[in-house]
Design a protein around this ligand. Structure first.
Ligand code: ATP
Ligand code: MG
Length: 389
């Protein structure tokens, strides 16, 4: 490989959502030109990019134009067809590779990869056929039935108590390929973000503790420097697991690995995202290198330097629900009051309209100590109408 792709070059991203927008911000800050491919003319990333190719992800002329415009291309969206990435890779540098994205898109392939890497995940069964449904081991119930493809934010999932509920849920999902996972007793959830270069070098962000509500990430805490955020043995085992998953994929780029912490303190991996992740957003305000800068660095072959956390932080997701707490009509949340709190960093994604469950932005609180951050985060939550945590 030749040297790194330096500022002044043009970087592209497949997908125009908020993750793409924050990648564009990081790339532009470092002096790159940017291009987005997304079918929505008003996409959050398209609105801030130098170039916006308004096209479907498999549109050949659109992909051709993106490849011609860009010196390197990444993705912000794991459901971008992997064949589109493979096609782009014929013409230009693409990371992560189509093969790695294809595994992350399919829960069955993803779990098989975890087992190949020796990393435990929840006990599960693949359900593609009525015979597999009938043969499901009773020990997997109660469980969660998940479509193998296209699930996000808890969509494409059903909790099932017994065989009858399982059969009904699979029929509801139109008998598409699914996995049934055993419902595990969770003590907590956490995630680790690693960045791996083409030479195999890896750095990571501090471990993040995540609170989900209704299947959607609500709060992420990165309260102490990573060694202290959770018991040292848990941190070490999460890092080791994340690194072996990334190595096993020969991964180039930013990878998020989500874990369940069980009541006995052991960790099992839940799923991976082949891109920056909602749980890593605090890194923009609490670390000296954010997950989006890591994405730029891995894409361009720039050096990877281990990020350092400089402040404890709590991130609150701002869902569209917050716009409807006071009235049936959408009403702007009290930003001025929130921004009067010390260490409040508001990130809004420029989406034209709020709706329930839609990720409109996030708010990160940083401060000198974990207890100070917790206090301001709870004040912000109260002002915004977010349930205390
Ligand atoms: P996202 O897009 O937010 O990552 P997703 O739709 O991919 O979500 P999962 O991560 O599979 O969904 O599950 C969402 C949440 O449901 C988990 O974070 C966890 O709180 C809960 N959950 C999922 N699987 C299990 C399980 N096997 N046992 C207990 N809880 C689970
Ligand atoms: Mg998840």
């Amino acid at each position: 490989m030749s040297g790194p792709i330096l500022p002044g070059a043009t970087l592209g991203v497949m997908g125009g959502g908020q993750l793409g927008r924050m990648f564009i911000h990081a790339a532009q800050r470092m002096g790159y030109f940017t291009a987005v491919l997304d079918p929505d003319a008003a996409s959050p990333a398209g609105r801030v990019s130098h170039h916006h190719i308004v096209a479907e992800y498999l549109d050949a002329p659109g992909l051709g134009q993106l490849a011609e415009t860009c010196d390197a291309i990444t993705t912000e969206f794991e459901n971008v067809p992997s064949s589109a990435l493979a096609r782009l890779a014929v013409y230009t540098t693409v990371s992560p590779a189509a093969s790695a994205v294809a595994i992350a898109q399919d829960r069955a392939a993803e779990k098989a990869h975890f087992l190949r890497c020796g990393v435990p995940c929840a006990p599960y069964a693949v359900i593609d056929t009525p015979e597999q449904l009938a043969a499901v081991d009773e020990a997997l119930l109660p469980g969660i039935l998940k479509t193998t493809r296209l699930g996000y934010d808890g969509k494409g999932q059903a909790r099932v108590a017994d065989r009858a509920a399982l059969a009904a849920a699979w029929a509801d999902m139109k008998n598409v390929p699914c996995v049934l996972e055993k419902m595990l007793p969770l003590a907590a959830e956490c995630s680790v973000i690693v960045a791996r270069g083409a030479d195999g070098q890896m750095v990571h962000l501090p471990i993040q503790r995540n609170l989900h509500r209704d299947g959607i990430l609500a709060v992420t805490e990165v309260l102490e420097f990573y060694e202290e955020n959770m018991p040292a043995a848990q941190v070490a085992s999460a890092l080791e697991a994340a690194k072996s998953i990334a190595n096993g994929l020969q991964y180039v780029g930013v990878l998020c690995v989500e874990f369940f912490v069980l009541q006995d303190g052991s960790l099992v991996v839940n799923e991976i995202a082949p891109r920056p992740h909602n749980s890593g957003h605090a890194s923009m305000d609490c670390c000296d290198v954010s997950q989006f800068e890591l994405q730029v660095r891995t894409l361009t072959g720039l050096p990877l330097v281990q990020p350092r956390q400089h402040s404890p932080a709590i991130m609150l997701n701002l869902l569209g629900d917050l716009w409807f707490l006071r009235s049936a009509q959408a009403a702007t949340p009290p930003w001025a009051e929130v921004l009067a709190l010390p260490g409040a960093h508001l990130h809004l994604y420029g989406k034209a309209s709020a709706s329930k469950g839609r990720k409109m932005g996030h708010l990160t609180l940083t401060g000198p100590t974990a207890s100070a951050v917790r206090a301001t985060a709870l004040q912000a939550a109260a002002l915004l109408g977010i349930e205390a945590f």
